[in-house]
Ligand binder design. Structure first.
Ligand code: FMN
Length: 205
């Protein structure tokens, strides 16, 4: 089913429940693979296309093959609202996430939402790292590039964001509720905050 573009203000979703209940994917990076000579044979690679349109994701590289230049991860924390007079999405990414590298390297990222039958795929994408193998192929989701940024065909809603502000760490001394830090950050891996302006919203009819 094709996507149609709508205004952010026309979205019918409840921002207090959609992320927490449905989960979402934060994805970043482009379609073009990066050539690397230092592959380990473990990285996901992009091979020549089956249909002529879409990349085919295979299970592993040989160390000489192009490395996939994008990644995705599951999130259930985030915000949608207004900042700097713009419709804005805020996501929170821990420093060890492989996806962070792609969000940092590029100007755009996507936040995408899925029908409930894809929750298992989102569970996989939220428990394995793209650093260790081709979890995108394993998830069964189909890469769909919009504004040169990764999203997936199976989404019911794709929000394309232009990065406005990023890589700001939560500051441990600023927690007013002192219980939050030991509960959520025993490893001191404080989330990094990213604000993205909503530049395109795609939904399925
Ligand atoms: C339901 C759910 C929600 C998650 N929410 C976040 C989040 O908001 N921020 C974050 O940094 N990690 C979150 N994670 C963890 C990442 O998705 C997970 O560590 C993922 O494997 C990272 O993949 P990557 O290393 O390929 O980027 C969540 C995982 C799940 C299952």
């Amino acid at each position: 089913m094709p996507f149609i573009e709508v205004s952010a203000k026309d979205l019918k979703t409840n921002p207090f429940s959609i992320l927490y209940d449905q989960w979402a994917l934060v994805s970043a990076g482009g379609q073009e693979p990066v050539l690397t000579s230092s592959g380990t044979g473990q990285e996901p690679v992009l091979t020549s296309s089956g249909t002529g349109q879409e990349p085919v994701l295979t299970s592993s590289g040989t160390g000489q093959e192009p490395v996939l230049n994008c990644n995705t991860m599951t999130v259930s924390w985030g915000m949608m609202g207004t900042m700097w007079n713009k419709p804005v999405v805020t996501v929170f990414i821990r420093p060890q996430r492989y996806t962070k590298k792609f969000v940092d390297q590029t100007d755009t990222f996507t936040l995408s939402f899925y029908p409930k039958e894809y929750k298992k795929a989102l569970g996989l994408l939220g428990s394995k790292s793209g650093r260790d193998g081709n979890k995108i192929a394993e998830s069964g989701l189909t890469p769909y590039f919009v504004e040169d940024t990764l999203a997936f065909e199976e989404a019911h809603t794709i929000i394309v964001c232009r990065k406005l502000f990023g890589d700001q760490t939560l500051d441990a001394v600023k927690f007013v509720d002192r219980k939050l830090e030991p509960e959520f950050y025993p490893e001191k891996d404080f989330h990094r905050i990213y604000f993205g302006e909503v530049v395109k919203v795609l939904v399925k009819e």
